[in-house]
Design a protein. Sequence first.
Length: 98
Amino acid sequence: MSEPHAAPPSEPPISTNPNERGNANLIYILYLVACVVGVTAIVGVVMAYMGKDEAPDWLKSHYHNQINIFWKALLYSVIGAVLSIILIGLLIMLAAFI
């Protein structure tokens, strides 16, 4: 008796096609993981920059927002780090973290 063979999956689990919303969701997850790891936010913003040109209009807004989130969080983190000398920076860094 022969065992039935499992059919190969029709799609890869992670697509490199920037037109799929899975990549936008992956970038959001990378930003969330960046709260612990840090480096994944850079990977996420690079993916957002790569995908924004070829994406459909409804997905371009997600990539645009993801890019804005990265740069604003970086700006607030730097300002918070500088102002942490007078302790107000700790609150700014907490706000950037949230």
